[in-house]
Write a protein that binds this ligand. Structure first.
Ligand SMILES: *Cc1c(COP(=O)(O)O)cnc(C)c1O
Ligand code: SF4
Length: 373
């Protein structure tokens, strides 16, 4: 990227004549999303499996911003697989659930899930710029006509005020950056005004799917509310564009602390090289890889899920070969609402008395003589 930030990723020819001011305006991007099969047919060679996916899937929206759409390549493209439905979404797979994390059961008020003693998750909108095909909340996002009512927000703030054990609030949705700056800042300010809330996290995929949404004005408006964390959701190096880099740079310069939550997806990012390349790019842009999630068993994602063994192999291949800062924790969110567990590949080989034997990244064995109990 050039120092003045003028570098940009290619545009699909359909939008070649759009002036830069419109293209860089997030509202223009939202107004011009690809949402129908007819639009899609005019832009790319749609496969039969995609055609049947779009016409057959009625319970989960389809929408792609022109920016994110322009990153799409051939049928196996990692961006395409995240954004365009396949017929496979209509197939049931073993373990499928509608609400795998039982988020709806753990709601003391309608827009808040409280599972861990000290953390709560607040749902502030149902909208997202792009509807990711692997979304854990496909059951509730995408209904753009509905929005939580003021009274639901008041109930959530009341709950947090009388539950001081909650020190960490995750603002999620949908994507909270779908709201206007004023609305988002109001929510953050209301949370910041609660003494017991120490940490606020914004969970947003906008840096990936609509980086134009990250404006200097938004960042300046959020700056006073530190410590404010941003969890974003890059899944593949194809998403690592000059526009995304600029968005992360603005956020980091604004004092927001950045972390990435990738989701392991079959045929998208299920190999160590991809995870390492992504992790290194994120670190260069001050965004720490935080979680690598096992894909939740949401209905319609069977074709995207990998075996847990694959995730463990990826971590095993990363440890010792790339900066530890670039290695995320591998997390499985337990179906039924048990919360997250993290898995690590086992490098312990054997132990006899105090002598514990481990293998290194290349398979060579090393002994650690353990301390007595
Ligand atoms: C993931 C999650 C959190 C945050 O968990 P961390 O491990 O602290 O990042 C909080 N609440 C719910 C309901 C979650 O699913
Ligand atoms: S941005 Fe997040 S909430 Fe929205 S569809 Fe993608 S994964 Fe789901």
């Amino acid at each position: 990227m050039s120092p003045d930030g003028s570098a940009r990723s290619p545009r699909h020819p359909a939008w070649a004549d759009v002036d830069d001011a419109s293209w860089n305006d997030w509202r223009w991007q939202l107004r011009n999303r690809v949402t129908t099969l007819a639009q899609l047919e005019s832009l790319i060679d749609v496969t039969d499996a995609e055609r049947r996916g779009i016409t057959g899937r009625h319970d989960f929206s389809f929408a792609v911003t022109p920016y994110y759409f322009s990153l799409i390549g051939g049928p196996d493209c990692p961006v395409r697989r995240q954004a365009i439905p396949l017929e496979d979404e209509l197939r049931a797979a073993p373990g499928d659930m509608r609400d795998p994390l039982a988020e709806d059961e753990h709601r003391p008020v309608s827009i808040l899930t409280h599972r861990y003693p000290d953390r709560a998750l607040l749902y502030v909108t149902h909208n997202c710029p792009v509807y990711c095909r692997h979304c854990t909340r496909s059951r509730k996002v995408g209904d753009e006509a509905s929005a939580p009512a003021r009274s639901e927000f008041e109930a959530a703030y009341d709950y947090l005020r009388r539950t001081p054990a909650v020190r960490d609030v995750l603002v999620s949705g949908g994507d909270p950056l779908s709201l206007s700056d004023a609305r988002l800042v109001d929510i953050v300010a209301q949370l910041r005004a609660i003494d017991s809330v120490e940490i606020i996290r914004l969970c947003t995929r906008n840096p990936v799917t609509l980086p134009q949404r990250i404006t200097p004005a938004l960042v300046e408006a959020l700056r006073p509310f530190a410590p404010l964390f941003v969890h974003t959701h890059f899944n593949h190096p194809t998403e690592c564009t000059p526009e995304a880099a600029r968005a992360l740079g603005l956020l980091a310069d604004g004092g927001l602390v950045l972390g990435n939550q990738m989701v392991l997806l079959r045929g998208v990012n299920d190999d160590a090289d991809t995870v390492a390349t992504l992790g290194r790019w994120l670190l260069r842009h001050r965004c720490r890889p935080y979680y690598m999630f096992q894909c939740d068993p949401v209905q319609g994602t069977g074709h995207l899920r990998t075996p847990i063994r694959t995730g463990l192999q990826i971590l095993d291949q990363l440890r010792g070969r790339v900066s530890g800062l670039a290695i995320p924790q591998y997390a499985v969110d337990l179906p039924g609402g048990g919360g997250k567990v993290t898995l690590v590949p086992d490098r312990a080989v054997s132990h006899e008395g105090p002598r514990r034997v481990f293998r290194d990244a290349s398979g060579e064995l090393f002994t650690y003589v353990d301390a007595a109990d």
